[in-house]
Design a binder for this molecule. Structure first.
Ligand SMILES: [Zn+2]
Length: 241
């Protein structure tokens, strides 16, 4: 038995890690308590109590329910489901606003390792992170979905293609609109710059959190419209209750 093994993502730290942790302490991205050097991004208590969602290929999960109207959808999954009051929401704040995007890669690696065992990535050709508008990406300094995509890539070896889909604007009042109005708005929101690159492919779209599904549906609508024989699967870190 490997004595350094712990729950997924947790390993006994080496001396360099111990020293680094002493100089630059880390804090749990959920509860804010200082992390032990053996802990990674989340304390062990928050990790074990995470409101995880089980992925099963023979059952429709809440993420798939939100995207059911998309005809090219093959499957979808999210790592966890949180409510507005939950401290687990802090993970999304760290990821998007507090400049800790690596928590996204770390959680994505954990999710991907488990999803891979369940055949979630079967037949998928490439990963497309949901794009931010150029203005927003420059302001933030990164696209958090790219960090999640990198975590998935480390486990699956799937290539990331982020140059094909562009986000033109950030207006996203798509919730509650009918399919046609959403489609019309989506024409302004996303653009596919080189449809031939994804023609006939099964694409895994990555988003950080799915709330109503409206933004993801808009992107899928635009991709379906311009890319022939497209199949789409979706992974998000979280789904909001
Ligand atoms: Zn914690």
């Amino acid at each position: 038995m490997n004595d350094s093994a712990g729950p997924r993502g947790y390993r006994r730290p080496g001396p360099i890690r111990m020293l680094l942790d002493f100089v630059f302490p880390h804090y749990c991205k959920v509860c804010g308590h200082r992390l032990d050097p053996s802990e990674n991004e989340l304390c062990i208590t928050c990790f074990l109590n995470m409101p995880r969602l089980e992925y099963r290929r023979d059952m429709i999960n809440p993420t798939e329910k939100m995207l059911l109207t998309e005809k090219s959808l093959v499957r979808a999954a999210s790592l966890m489901q949180y409510s507005k009051e939950s401290d687990y929401r802090n993970i999304l704040f760290h990821l998007k606003y507090w400049h800790h995007p690596k928590v996204g890669s770390w959680l994505a690696r954990i999710a991907a390792t488990e999803l891979k065992e369940k055949g979630f990535f079967e037949g998928i050709d490439c990963i497309v992170p949901l794009p931010l508008s150029l203005r927003k990406e420059i302001r933030r300094g990164y696209n958090q979905c790219t960090f999640i995509a990198k975590g998935i890539r480390q486990v699956t070896g799937l290539p990331i293609i982020s140059s094909v889909v562009k986000r033109e604007a950030e207006h996203s009042k798509q919730a509650g609109l009918g399919k046609y109005q959403r489609w019309k708005n989506a024409q302004d929101l996303f653009k596919v710059t080189d449809p031939s690159l994804l023609a006939g492919k099964h694409v895994l779209i990555i988003d950080d959190v799915i709330t109503t599904g409206a933004t993801l549906c808009s992107l899928i609508d635009v991709m379906e419209e311009s890319i022939p024989d497209l199949r789409v699967s979706v992974f998000t870190l979280a789904i909001a209750e």
